[in-house]
Design a protein around this ligand. Sequence first.
Ligand code: BGC
Length: 430
Amino acid sequence: MIDRRTLITTGAALAGAMAAPRAFAAPPKGFLWGTAGAAYQIEGGNVASDLWAMEHVKPTLFPTLSGDADDVYNRVDADIAMAASFGFNTHRLSIEWSRIEPERGQISLAALAYYRRVLETCRKHGLAPVVTYNHYTTPRWFAAGGGFMTQDGIAPFVAYCDLVTRHMGDLMAVATTFNEPNINALLSWGPDMRRSAQGLPAFRQAIAAALGAPNWASPITSDPHVQQPIMIEAHARAYDAIKTASGGRIPVGITLALNDDQPFNGDMSGVLRKRSEVLTPWLSAPGDMVGVQNYTRSLVGPDSNMPDPPGTEITQMGYAYAPEALEAVIRMVATQTKRPIYVTENGIGTEDDARRVAFIQRAVQGVLHCVADGLDVRGYIHWSLLDNWEWTQGFGPKFGLVSVDRQTFARTPKPSASYLGKIAKTGRVA
Ligand code: BGC
């Protein structure tokens, strides 16, 4: 998320290998097709969030403010109806903890009612809600108290998950506790990210000083080595809480950011070590499913990603254009776990919607190859429904199947929306 430019390297060209005709299976009944969004990136006005505070501290990592974002908070019913009109049967969304609990222990019944209505609207339009309890952002008070850098962060998160499940768990189809809790570990493999990570302590200090919060720890800027075991424990306890509060009905898991890691010069040592950092620990945590989130591939040297070879097609995020990476990642994850796999994010930042259509075609073909080979893949959820606020990159990269006018917030579907919708309706790639 923050800037994965440096993670993107190209490896051996898969395209040739993938060109041969392959068998496709129709996706199984109940296969989920849809789009995703995350509260902070689309709702607008999430003023009680740690991110809002960080956006406004100087110097900031976030030169473009999220502000009203896509004003989804006021337009969510129409957006959900629009997603359904394309032909999808699922919708992935996140709940903004800072709206539910803007100050510690102060619960907003209005916010609980709002998200319940969002899930009801999904159901009304035939979209099975895939709900993420935490998509990077936490309440400001939580970050000020040390976030997930301290064991004290576990109980408030578990209580929030319990509360949300009791209020709307009956409407959820799938629940994931954390979105990409492995992102910091993944990012640390980019050589440039290592350099910019050196600036993070200074940024954290600036925030701590500006906000008068010496223990400030927002998950997306915190040290993964300290934070990861605490988040794993938080996930495990939240898993139990969600299972209990839902009577065991909802499949619960996490989503993981995964690149198709390819060995540089045939040396697998880096690929294996990276996997042991970004994947293995999370598969040891409890879960009924794994959410796979893939955007690109990386060429991995012994201890960091290697640069893209000249001539590589690079997307707006600085990633190598690699739609086949998704199939490779699904196959790799399937060698590591028997849990059902859902593609919970896959997409491309581009102004050229024809490139998006081509990307979807090749990526979804890869998913169907996996299904044909008997892998337990249960859904393809595209990132994203709307062009949205891309964290440190502001409103620049365009991931949406639908564009959003930055002055009027008017939505305009792109050809890729009906393209993926047709796949969803027919189960076939045109
Ligand atoms: C994140 C999204 C982000 C997307 C595209 C994913 O890793 O979950 O929040 O917008 O990447 O950069």
